[in-house]
Design a protein around this ligand. Structure first.
Ligand code: CUA
Length: 333
C-alpha cells in the first residue's frame, strides 16, 4: 500500500504539473468522466490508507509495550492479537469497497445509452491509426481517414477495433478508457464527447519501437461542424491546376501511390495512411511532426530519420520533385 499510494500520488502531482498535456483526470467524455471520478476516489483512498498506516506505526513506536519485570528488567510483551483482526478487517473492507466501486463504474461505462448508428472502424497499424467512418442510415458518412478522430458532441459513437499486426490499445484519455486492439478479433467499445475541444489520443499498449509516436488528433465539435467535416472527407481529390502541384501529382502517382491512396486518383495503395485530405490533418506520422510544408518535405525525404523504424522508406526524390510533391499534397484539403 505504501509504494502504491506514493506511486499514485506522484502520478497525480506529475499530471497536475503538466498543464496542456492530455490527462484522463480532465475528462470531456461521458465514460471518461465516471472513470476520472473513480480515479480520484481511489487516489484519495490510497492516501488515507498511507496516512492511517503512518499514524499506526508512530503510535506503535510511542506506546509502552508493557510493564518491566522488576527481577529480570525485561518488558512483558502483550500479544496485541486483537489489532491484527482489526487491521485485517479494515484492509478487506477497503479492498472490497474499491473493487466493487471499480467494477460498477467500469460496467456502467462499458454500456452506451443506445446502440449508436455512427461507427468508427479503427485499424491499428505499427505505428499509425486507420479510421473508417460509416453509418448505415447515412451513406454520406462513409469515408476513410488516418491519425485523426472527429467526434460529434453529445452523440455516442460505436468503435470497432481491428489490428493489422500486433496488440495495440485504443485510448482517448479525456473521452473514455482504453480498449485493447487484438489481432484476429474485433473488440468493441464506444465513445461520446460531452464538450467541444481538442485532445491527444494514443496507443495504450506497448507495440514496438514507436509505440509513443502512435497518436491521434482528437477533435470534439458540434454535430453541424462534424457533419461539415465528414462531407468534406467524402470529397475526392481535385486535379491540381497549378503547374508545380500538377507535376507533383505525377511524382506522387509514380512514387507514392503504391502504398498510399488518394481518392479520385490512380493512387490506391493500402499499406500506408489514406492521404486524400492530408493537408487538413494537424500532424504527420501519427503525431511525429506538426503538419507544415517544411515538415512534410522532411518526412518524405527521410521519414526513418524522424521516426526510426517507420515502414515508410526515405524517398529517392530530387529537390524539384520533392518540392512538387509537397505542393501537390498541400492541395489535398
Ligand atoms: Cu500501438 Cu502501442
Amino acid at each position: 500500500t505504501w509504494s502504491h499510494g506514493i506511486a499514485r500520488l506522484t502520478a497525480l502531482l506529475t499530471l497536475a504539473a503538466c498543464n496542456g498535456t492530455t490527462s484522463y483526470l480532465d475528462a470531456t467524455g461521458s465514460a471518461g468522466r465516471s472513470e476520472a471520478t473513480l480515479g480520484r476516489w481511489l487516489t484519495a483512498t490510497a492516501c488515507a490508507v498511507v496516512l492511517l498506516v503512518c499514524v499506526a506505526i508512530v503510535a506503535g513506536m510511542a506506546r509502552r509495550r508493557g510493564e518491566r519485570d522488576e527481577g529480570t528488567g525485561r518488558r512483558e510483551v502483550k500479544s496485541g492479537l486483537g489489532w491484527i483482526y482489526v487491521g485485517t478487517a479494515v484492509t478487506v473492507a477497503v479492498l472490497l469497497v474499491a473493487y466493487a466501486g471499480t467494477m460498477a463504474t467500469l460496467a456502467a461505462a462499458s454500456r452506451p445509452p443506445y446502440t449508436p448508428p455512427l461507427v468508427m472502424d479503427v485499424i491499428a497499424h505499427q505505428w499509425w491509426w486507420e479510421i473508417r467512418y460509416s453509418d448505415p442510415a447515412r451513406p454520406e458518412l462513409g469515408f476513410t481517414t488516418a491519425n485523426e478522430v472527429h467526434l460529434p458532441v453529445g452523440v455516442p459513437v460505436r468503435v470497432r477495433l481491428h489490428s493489422a499486426d500486433v496488440i495495440h490499445s485504443f485510448w482517448l484519455p479525456q473521452i473514455a478508457g482504453k480498449t485493447d486492439v487484438i489481432p484476429g478479433q474485433t473488440n468493441e467499445t464506444w465513445v461520446e464527447a460531452e464538450r467541444p475541444g481538442t485532445s491527444r489520443g494514443m496507443c495504450g499498449e506497448y507495440c514496438g519501437l514507436q509505440h509513443a509516436e502512435m497518436a491521434l488528433a482528437v477533435t470534439a465539435e458540434p454535430r453541424v461542424a462534424f457533419d461539415r467535416w465528414a462531407q468534406a472527407r467524402r470529397a475526392e481529390a481535385a486535379v491540381p491546376n497549378d503547374g508545380v502541384a500538377s507535376a507533383g501529382a505525377h511524382v506522387f502517382a509514380r512514387s507514392c501511390g503504391v502504398c498510399h491512396a488518394v481518392a479520385g486518383t490512380m493512387a490506391l495503395g493500402r499499406v500506408g495512411p489514406d492521404l486524400t485530405h492530408i493537408a487538413s490533418r494537424p500532424t504527420i506520422g501519427a503525431g511525429a511532426l506538426e503538419n507544415t510544408p517544411a515538415n512534410l518535405a522532411r518526412w518524405i525525404h527521410d521519414a526513418p530519420s524522424v521516426k526510426e523504424g517507420v515502414r515508410m522508406p526515405a524517398m529517392p526524390l530530387d529537390a524539384a520533385e520533392l518540392r512538387a510533391v509537397v505542393a501537390y499534397l498541400e492541395t489535398l484539403r
